[in-house]
Write a protein that binds this ligand. Sequence first.
Ligand code: ZN
Length: 636
Amino acid sequence: MTSSAPTPLDVLRTTFGYESFRPHQAEIVDAALAGRDVLAVMPTSAGKSICYQVPALVLAARGTGLTLVVSPLISLMADQVGALRQAGVAASFLNSTLSASERASVLHGVASGALALLYVAPERLDDPAFLECVSARGVGLLAVDEAHCISQWGNDFRPSYQRIIDFVDRLPARPPGMALTATATRAGRRGIEGDLGLRDPLVVLASFDRPNLSFAVARPHGAAKKDRTLVAFCRQRAERSGIVYCSSRRAVEEVCELLRDEGLLATRYHAGLTPEERERNQDDFLYDRSRVMVATNAFGMGIDKSNVSYVVHYNLPLSLENYYQEAGRAGRDGTRAECLLLYSPGDVHTAEFLLSRSEPREDLTPEQRAVLAERDAERLRQMVFYATTTECLRAHILRYFGEEAPAYCGNCSNCLTDFEEVDATTDALKVVSCVARIAQRGRSAGAATVVDVLRGSRGEKVLRRGFDTLSTYGIMADVPARRVRAILDELVFRGVLARTAGDYPTIELTEASGAFLRREAPWDEPFMLKVARGEPRVARVAATPDKTRAATDVSELDELGRALYDELSDLRGELAREQGVPAYFIFSNATLVDMCAKRPHDVDGLLGVSGVGAKKAERYGDLFLARIAEAVGSRA
Ligand code: ZN
């Protein structure tokens, strides 16, 4: 440790290899170093960890105490500590995966002052030996990562916030607290602030926009078509890393099987597997031995793999919070990445079923439980709205999180699709009267059957029930099934018709149906419908084979740059294998792209590459510079 402590910017440049702070980071770092509490709401990948890692190193250099990072996620700890050690930072973690002797060695590092940063699980805070050890050393900063998991309204986590408050009270001096979360709703924020006992915190709300992510919703009709869409999508990206999220273990099994049958390097992850298999499969994915991870939402918390270039949702997530957090695992290194939601209306019932089955919270009163149930139902409605909207998807997400957003982003499937507004009043009346005719016979039918009746299908379901004798049979024979279905869904959405819950949902009349048929107010306006002029552009984009490799931005390099990128990623892979760490621990894709663009010929030049700090330059510089010189020389 030097006598004159480095500034935060010195630390950022020499240790992490970045030229400047990203938005909000400097403000947060300064506040923490000035002893002020901070509540930072930042999306995944906005560089949350830098906010406490940089102060930790400054504090350590000043000799003013240890930075404790409380994290509920064991995988996050291991991942961050591994990456920090690559950058030459004295960091460690304490959790249940360590043996007694390993724990003793970590505590020794704390006591001797060798460690700058220590990650701990909330449970550790109850341990008197731990309290004694860190009290002796002094805590310079207490950061709580993924703070929404610790808050009392967090979905599945233990209410460990009380532990943190108690722990801080027992310390000889109260350190500044820093809570970081990617959950942005106002209620969530207030909850965290109160639960962690933050005092007049600096509140930072970073934009949730991730400009490098493109968003798309595809609505393939039927299970077979959905599978074909998925397979085509993954195949065109076979060389890249991607995650496919499914809502059930069974779906994970089936989808993984499907992708493997197509020759894709897919693996799987869900709570039904043995811990050994989960760990093996996760490693295969992290180390790029498997390209596609098919998983339930149990996968990904705390996984910091930076080169995931797409995330597909095979089923409807339960909320936009979940969706955005999961989709946000794509493009962490800032390179272009894709988020695709495959939506079919049947998914809504699966989602409702999953909600109804979630375990009742014994610690809550019936009133609190009712509030939560209503909140969950509303979140799901908002999710369905995202899946069916024809407006800009990015704008929809950002507005949901309370941000202003332009109506057009130019980088989502809706912005890239030509829509037209058509007057569908006549067709809408036909659909509602068909449902009314079926009801008059004391029968009911699902959406698909209603569409079949209107289009004059000779299908068994229609004929057996005598629906071919209805006056509305075949009156929409000339309208494509997709259009009829879109009108029906829109009528349900607007409350003119209703879909029943249960395994076999049927379409029913509502109190509004009669007024709608009689064109009475408020239903006397034309029934306007936004419809795609052609096939949505997503399908066309998906049909174009993509020749780029791991990251889209590689395509922006010239020919030599692209060849060099392949060379350097091979070298990175060799080094990663030798050390038994994921490739992105060595250098991220974005760093390699920058290296291939700048092609430095000495260590100084290498330090000018984004993401190359002093330690990594020292450790890997010669090897990478030699490869670059070779490639450049061979072309000269
Ligand atoms: Zn858009």
